[in-house]
Design a protein around this ligand. Structure first.
Ligand SMILES: [Zn+2]
Length: 211
């Protein structure tokens, strides 16, 4: 999962300057990478604290032969303690995160990364996870999906049949009777029972317990 963050000052001057950065749940680390990209812009419009010397303008240099140390000007900011930087950025591309807005912030990216990880862990397509999140049935979509996911089925009848078999609901039913059990009707009732939350997508049914 990555996002491509573009420097808007460069973009507005017809220059492509930006960086692919790893999308993560750590907003600060993403911001650090974006700040580094902005400091490297050819179109700075603000000054920011020098990261190299943390604004002091000085660096400690070590002589590896003598072991001596000396203080001198920070080579990055030339002793000024601050450096030029561009300021504005936007997400111009992304991979593995589903649909996102160019104007969404890093907090939204971090949230999306969490959902993508849940999708990965559970084997549920990210689009289905996002649909559950959009349904707003819970504040904690991650736990809901981890705890309540029942499975992926071709249809409600398929779900009703599999579930009934798995829970031993057919034990004692003679084989010649089984074909007469109406799983279609059972599935229809389950669909409207309120016991399940579900997403129907691309011919598949994804079922979650609704509690
Ligand atoms: Zn410096």
């Amino acid at each position: 999962m990555r996002i491509y963050v573009a420097c808007l000052a460069s973009y507005n001057n017809g220059v492509l300057h930006g960086a692919w950065i790893d999308a993560s749940t750590d907003v600060d680390s993403m911001q650090d990478e974006i700040n580094a990209m902005l400091r490297a812009s050819r179109f700075p419009n603000v000054t920011v604290k020098c990261v190299e010397c943390e604004g002091s303008g000085e660096k400690t240099f070590h002589n590896s032969e003598t072991g001596a140390t000396r203080q001198d000007k920070c080579p990055t900011c030339k002793g000024a303690g601050n450096v030029p930087s561009a300021e504005e950025w936007a997400i111009h591309d992304h991979e593995g995160l589903g649909a996102i807005s160019e104007h969404c912030g890093l907090a939204a990216i971090a949230e999306r990364v969490k959902l993508a990880e849940v999708a990965d862990d559970s084997g549920i397509p990210l689009e289905v996870v996002l649909e559950v999140a959009d349904d707003n049935i819970t504040n904690d979509v991650e736990s809901f999906i981890r705890d309540n996911y029942r499975g992926q089925y071709d249809s409600w009848a398929d779900f009703a049949e599999e579930f009934t078999e798995e829970t031993d609901g057919l034990s004692g039913v003679p084989d010649h009777i089984k074909p007469y059990i109406d799983f279609e009707a059972m599935g229809r009732d389950w669909r409207i029972s309120g016991d399940f939350h579900y997403v129907e997508r691309d011919g598949s049914l994804f079922v979650f317990w609704n509690h």
